[in-house]
Design a binder for this molecule. Structure first.
Ligand code: NAP
Ligand code: GCO
Length: 267
């Protein structure tokens, strides 16, 4: 196989969760360009319709379903339906996620559990639903969307950091447990990416200046900019393709260098 062909996703079915916009949408579009059939889900019909229209605008005939990824019965039914209507899932991207920015001592246990439920329990539920068929079909690819918070902490994101740190370890465990069945499970750790999730951190101040967090991120990132969703596409296609067949249990940080950098010295 030629080297470029090893990146092809021709004939593969890819399920990207929570992919009607943002990072999941960009990854799904990239996987379509590489040849995959795209299936996505989202939490309600309005988002799914919005997603289908956005894919259509790009010339992509994506199949969208309503499914809450924290609901195990609904996820099992979704995976069965996709097999019947599109084909067995070869590539799973666990992208759906939520964040709550609340100081830890003000956060309720219910709020903490809700974040862990979507960001950690759901990737377990969806992975568990696809792995048996991947084994039957001789292999598969699972990509978990991790975070800077899989490695770092910061004020107000205790639940998110706990969940994304756990997701890194779930990634390693799936690789450990199912690697012998030719399943590669890897993570992508996006840096700070321009999406609605991070919009509150980038809001302009009343005087037009940058939000302090925005300025902080630019200073913390050697690339000196926020990431774009398209920055994640190449890494995602690589991890979904045969080019990465011996890469397993790894988290690929796509962060413009944040994790490599100690930060600017004070002037
Ligand atoms: P996002 O706002 O985090 O949302 C992703 C999608 O998941 C949304 O459509 C969301 O619906 C959906 N979703 C939430 N709960 C769900 C559930 N229970 N079942 C099904 N779908 C559900 O978008 P994003 O910023 O593109 O983030 C995508 C992923 O990347 C997330 O896992 C996030 O944590 C991670 N990430 C983001 C950044 C960043 O800088 N943006 C950096 C690192 C990692 P709603 O719109 O209704 O919530
Ligand atoms: C935050 C952000 C982050 C990012 C991302 C970083 O409040 O610090 O929302 O958590 O979204 O996950 O990789």
């Amino acid at each position: 196989m030629g080297i470029l062909n090893s990146f092809s996703l021709e004939g593969k079915v890819a399920l990207v969760t929570g992919a009607s916009y943002g990072i999941g949408f960009a990854i799904a579009c990239g996987m379509h360009d590489a040849g995959a059939k795209i299936v996505f889900n989202d939490i309600n019909q309005e988002l799914v319709d919005k997603g289908i229209a956005a894919y259509k605008e790009k010339g992509i005939d994506a199949k969208g379903y309503v499914c809450d990824v924290t609901d195990e019965d609904a996820v099992n039914a979704l995976v069965k339906k996709i097999s019947e209507e599109v084909g067995d899932i070869n590539i799973l991207v666990n992208n759906a996620g939520i964040i709550k920015r609340i100081p830890m001592c003000e956060m309720t246990a219910a709020q903490f559990r809700q974040v862990v439920d979507v960001d950690l329990n759901a990737p377990f539920i969806v992975s568990k639903a696809v792995i048996p068929t991947m084994i039957k079909n001789g292999g598969g690819k699972i990509i978990n969307i991790c975070s800077m918070m899989s490695e770092l902490g910061r004020e107000t994101v205790s639940a998110y950091a706990a969940a994304k740190g756990g997701l890194k370890m779930l990634t390693r465990n799936i690789a450990s447990e199912y690697g012998e069945f030719n399943i590669q499970c890897n993570g992508i750790g996006p840096g700070y990416i321009e999406t609605p999730q991070t919009a509150p951190l980038r809001e302009r101040q009343a005087d037009g200046s940058r939000h302090p967090f925005d300025a902080f991120i630019i200073a913390k990132t050697p690339a000196a900019r926020w990431g774009k969703t398209d920055d994640l596409v190449g890494p995602a296609v690589f991890l979904a393709s045969e080019a990465s067949n011996f890469v397993n249990g790894h988290v690929l940080y796509v962060d413009g260098g944040i994790l490599a950098y100690i930060g600017k010295q004070p002037q």
